[in-house]
Design a protein around this ligand. Structure first.
Ligand code: R5P
Length: 300
């Protein structure tokens, strides 16, 4: 059995501890400090030479700083003689900047892909990356890239905590249909759909759930990211106008910038659930199990 050590960066230590425990692996330690001028100081405080190293760090809140920390640490781990490097980036920043929407704009996710390729990791994993326009992510991150999902873990939480009849799953927009589909399957094959806006006159827009009547139904909303909360607030208000009964909101990456959490609390939801790809007051579900099974699959 090869020796595995799990390390967590400053936005990933909580997951490194959970993943290390599930893998029954050593949980190492990393020192990440800042010099007075803002430069980072990074030190691996555990022996990694000859070992399989799993490094976990998310790229949220201070994405630019987290990217530098992550890339420097991965380069360092290789430099210290790790045998194999598994990089886990539970929240991949810049994924929404995947196209040149206006002339001259940076397609930042491609630049980030090039940076990750330069640090020679053996395997790169992320969770529910916002992949809408990038059809083949291996073009960005190489063939050993894996996009895992935490939606099944969210669904398990809903199943274990609520006994709801008359259930329907709704995504707040077209792009969220992929997550709504998985959630609906995991909740026993219930109906699912997405919210859509339809122009019904020069000044009027009708909001409806495509093909589904939510009147009197309990709704589980699922999205990948909650950032400002604006999308979810609009979605829940629309569902209530359409006559929905109880509403549970779930998301993978609860980034919750500014007043987002309070805005969501005001919605008086039956529950508000996020995962721990990003630590937040709603991170009730862990993505450690899918990360562990993906790593185990590669260790065989
Ligand atoms: C958009 O396509 C994403 O899936 C999320 O719906 C969006 O990022 C949420 O952002 P906010 O919470 O700021 O509305």
């Amino acid at each position: 059995m090869r020796e595995v050590i799990v390390l967590g960066g400053s936005q990933g230590e909580h997951l490194a501890i959970k993943v290390g425990s599930l893998l029954e692996a050593e949980i190492g330690s990393l020192e990440v400090e800042k010099f007075p001028d803002g430069e980072l100081y990074i030190r691996v405080d555990s022996e990694v030479e000859g070992k399989t190293v799993v490094y976990i760090n998310s790229l949220q809140r201070r994405p630019n700083e987290s990217i530098v920390e992550t890339l420097y640490t991965l380069d360092l781990i290789r430099d210290l003689g790790a045998r194999e490097v598994h990089a886990v980036i539970p929240y991949m920043a810049y994924a929404r900047q995947d196209s040149r929407f206006k002339p001259g704009e940076a397609i930042s996710i491609y630049s980030l892909g090039k940076l990750f390729n330069s640090v020679r990791v053996d395997y790169l994993y992320t969770v529910d990356m916002h992949l809408h326009r990038v059809k083949d992510p291996s073009k960005l991150f190489g063939s050993n890239f894996e996009n895992l999902t935490g939606v099944r873990e969210l669904a398990r939480h809903v199943r274990e905590h609520f006994r709801l009849e008359n259930l329907v799953v709704v995504g707040p927009d077209e792009e969220s249909e992929q997550w709504a589909k998985i959630m609906a399957e995991e909740l026993g094959g219930v109906e699912y759909s997405v919210l859509e806006k339809k122009r019904v006159g020069p000044e009027d827009v009708e909001i409806r759930v495509r093909g589904v009547d939510v009147r009197g139904k309990n709704v589980v909303v699922v999205d990948d990211i909650i950032s400002t909360g604006g999308t979810i607030v609009e979605c829940v208000k629309s569902l209530r106008k359409l006559g929905a009964k109880e509403v549970i909101v779930t998301c993978i990456h609860p980034i919750l910038v500014g007043r987002a959490y309070n805005k969501l609390l005001r919605l008086r939801l039956l529950d508000l659930i996020g995962t721990d790809t990003v630590l937040s007051p709603i991170s009730k579900v862990s993505v450690a199990p899918p990360i562990v099974s993906a790593i185990r699959g590669r260790l065989k």
